[in-house]
Design a protein around this ligand. Structure first.
Ligand code: ZN
Length: 252
């Protein structure tokens, strides 16, 4: 079986500008996420960061990517529009796109959603309980009924997203807020999953349950093996090119 090619992309700024966060993620958030995925033999995992030429997201790289995982926060605007458009187009063409935490405001996600994607937030070390509300969904595979993060950043509704095609997780926070924390959409031929936990000040991406969710999400978001659609003017009428074979008709 061919491996699923995963690219973990991170702006990689907090880890370098803050000694505290650099201590939590010495290899970057992308490094911690990649480490978790490498435990799964079905995945081939590479990483890219904002400081690379073309943000590490040139055509060649994206064409060899089955699923792109994205983490950004303070540098959404530093991703050039043409790079964001390239990512959007690849998703429409079938690449999976997993959007983490504060990346709900990254350019390609906002473009794909068509809404503002803002929410409310508070950094107050509050407890988060992530409830699995669709236990039969592939992204919920091997999870308990809920997972609990002792300290995370709080997000709250309203989250300005289009109604998800499938909602897998809802988070409750000790401060009283709730949030649609695991949401799926299809755009074109591509699948998109937004997952909320993962504030840079907490070691969230080392947790085995979070790593399980990301692995499940990669497997769910991988490109389908469906037919490539024919688009535009079709000069030959369908009926005339169809080979009609009645030889396997059922005769009692
Ligand atoms: Zn955050």
């Amino acid at each position: 079986m061919e491996k699923i090619r995963v690219l973990v992309w991170n702006e990689n700024i907090h880890e370098k500008s803050s000694a505290e966060i650099g201590k939590i993620y010495p290899n970057g958030i992308h490094g911690a996420i990649a480490e978790g995925l490498l435990a799964y033999p079905d995945f081939e995992v590479t990483t890219a960061t904002l400081d690379m030429p073309s943000c590490g997201l040139d055509d060649e790289t994206l064409n060899q990517t089955d699923v792109l995982i994205w983490w950004s926060h303070v540098a959404h605007a530093k991703v050039p529009d043409e790079v964001a458009e390239r990512v959007r187009q690849r998703v429409l063409d079938g690449m999976g796109f997993i959007v983490l935490h504060s990346s709900h405001l990254c350019k390609p996600f906002v473009k794909l959603m068509g809404t503002c994607c803002r929410s409310k937030w508070r950094e107050n070390d509050e407890r988060e309980r992530v409830w699995v509300i669709e236990p039969a969904h592939p992204i919920a595979r091997n999870l308990p009924e809920y997972i609990e993060l002792d300290q995370e950043e709080t997000y709250g509704e309203r989250f300005e997203i289009p109604t998800p095609d499938e909602l897998v997780f809802i988070s409750w926070f000790a401060g009283g807020e709730v949030f649609r924390s695991g949401a799926c959409w299809r755009r074109g031929l591509g699948k998109i999953f937004y997952f909320r936990p993962g504030h840079e000040a907490y070691p969230t991406y080392y947790r085995s349950d979070i790593r399980q969710i990301l692995a499940n999400a990669v497997d769910w978001a991988k490109p389908s093996q469906g037919p490539k659609p024919t688009l535009g003017q079709v000069k030959t009428p369908y009926e005339s090119i169809r080979v009609v074979d009645h030889s396997d008709e059922f005769h009692p």
